[in-house]
Design a binder for this molecule. Sequence first.
Ligand code: GLA
Length: 385
Amino acid sequence: MSKKINKKVRKKFVERFNEEPLVVFSPGRINLIGEHTDYNDGYAFPAAINKGISAGITKSKTDFSTIVALDKNEEYTFKVNEVAPLEKGGWRNYILGVVGEAQAKGYEIGNFNLSFSGNVPGGAGMSSSAALENAIGFALNELFQLNISKEELIYISQKAEHNYAGVHCGIMDQFASMFGEKKSALLLDCRNINAEVREFNLEGYKLILINTNVKHDLSESAYNKRRASCERVAAKLRVKALRDATEHDLNLIKDEISDDDYRKARYVIQENKRVNAFMKAVENSDIYSLGKLLYQSHEGLSKDYEVSCEELDFLVELAKKSEAVVGARMMGGGFGGCTINLVKKEGLDEFKKEVSLTFKEKFKRNCSIYKVKLSKGTHVVNLKN
Ligand code: GLA
């Protein structure tokens, strides 16, 4: 699937800039379980997918850089020595952010021409932003031979998100996009940013994403607010992060914190435990437990963490009613985007039909359904193959 988009990016680049670009592909990600645990130093189980961002790049022969956002049909020029976040900059801020944050670390970046296109839907909780950031960092690193390690690149991407896009995200998205492996998910320990690669291939079952195609307002500020709640409770408990706390610890300070902070922290502590239980269930091919954990995760995200929305809850309720679905939950930051569903192969087509119809009946809009393949992380594309 990424072959087509890489070819298109190359062709359009040559048409616009009259030279052969270096092309990189950087994937989006799914997350099986471990939501909103990353900025609590916890565990998550994400994987890179076969949808992402393709970018072509060359050095500029002028004293400015030109960026072409192919899907939006927009062009933007800037000078690398005058980089700062833009108000309402949209996609531009991710690019400026990576350049600015790499410069802040002392890397020298010349002006460049870049065009990019994506087949990962934006706002769907599949990390199109991390895919774009990683694509830019990776491409600049190759082009200017900066010798930045992949580890450092993902921190540059994360800082771009914090300081240019204003979202105080964890490291899961950038990590999964950069380090993904074929047919595998990554058991990520967000404290030391170490991951174990685990094959994820359940015979007879498929993962599908159902996109509500909505992104509710204020999701950025709500995200930052959740993070602040977690940090407040961790400080009260005198631990570095909620990863170090148990429900028992939390109950001891229940009367000293707001009910809202209590429920947010309880969700995080429980979700972190669910990741471990999920890993055991994967090892034992215990499908029943996998499904149960997915539904529990959703319940916590919806009722306690309050990052779901009507459309996502509706999709999970539909999944629960279907014999074919093992488990489902909302995925990513929340307030819209996708649910992830583990579905038996036999009943898959019927479930898809039913979801499309029922969703449309209820919301008078279409949802989108995607099959995803677990794929390799950010890489240079060799277009000869
Ligand atoms: C967004 C953030 C991630 C993570 C998820 C929720 O995708 O970018 O760092 O916090 O939300 O798990």
